[in-house]
Design a protein around this ligand. Structure first.
Ligand code: HEM
Ligand code: HEM
Length: 178
């Protein structure tokens, strides 16, 4: 595969759309588990599950584009250990944004069906086992999501470091118009 000179507009759009929804997902998840039982909690759960499915679809599209098109080489002058750290952390981010929503979908289907898409079609997976199975899967889902938050914090710190300290083009090349 030849290496592209830049991220495509689609890659940039998918990067920022997925990032935005994941931040929203974590905020809604914390709200829905703390708000107490009632109609608002039900609405937040529906929102969390539905946008979780939307983000999973976007992540699958993103992975297809990434695998078929690749990514530009790192900016010149970045030390080898930082290039390796970027490769490993990007792979871990891709893995987590894929498995976190899948675990949420599977766990909810097992214990706490239905999984609807925005109060509409049911997309519940045929997984049995009830609360023991679903609850355990959802524990891993939440742990994976919090690991994702930690990794994203590191990722953002690295992006700011590139922009402010190294003053290279790493952040700019993920922005529209560059
Ligand atoms: C990238 C997408 C997602 C992220 C970042 C995410 C994040 C989270 C987080 C951080 C929690 C823990 C909240 C807490 O314990 O305070 C949580 C819980 C939960 N998530 Fe997700 N989630 C995502 C996708 C999904 C999907 C697709 C579903 C189902 C279709 C789902 C269903 C649930 C459920 C039912 C809980 C509550 C578990 C409980 O009550 O203990 N999530 N999610
Ligand atoms: C949930 C939030 C985020 C996730 C899951 C995420 C994930 C990723 C992944 C997987 C890549 C690698 C792209 C590829 O090689 O195909 C990437 C690249 C990048 N991300 Fe994020 N990102 C998030 C948020 C952010 C934020 C908030 C910023 C900026 C403050 C940012 C800045 C960048 C930059 C500059 C690159 C390009 C790095 C390079 O060219 O080597 N990301 N991101």
């Amino acid at each position: 595969m030849t290496q592209p000179a830049s991220y495509s507009a689609t890659q940039k759009l998918l990067h920022w759309a997925v990032a935005l929804i994941i931040v929203e997902q974590v905020i809604v998840a914390l709200a829905m588990t703390n708000v107490g039982q009632g109609p608002l909690q039900n609405q937040l759960y529906e929102w969390h599950k539905s946008f979780g499915l939307v983000v999973l679809a976007l992540v699958l599209a993103r992975l297809l584009v990434r695998l078929s098109r690749g990514a530009p080489a790192p900016e010149a002058g970045i030390p080898a250990w930082q290039r390796r750290a970027a490769r490993v952390s990007h792979a871990a981010l891709y893995l987590l944004i894929l498995i976190v929503p899948i675990l949420g979908w599977a766990g909810t289907s097992a214990c706490c069906a239905p999984v609807n898409l925005f109060w509409g079609p049911s997309l519940t997976l045929p997984i049995t086992g009830g609360m023991p199975v679903g609850g355990a899967i959802l524990k891993v889902h939440a742990a994976g999501a919090f690991a994702l938050v930690a990794l994203v914090a590191l990722h953002v710190a690295a992006a700011i470091h590139h922009h402010v300290v190294r003053r290279d083009g790493t952040l700019r090349r993920m922005l529209a118009g560059h």
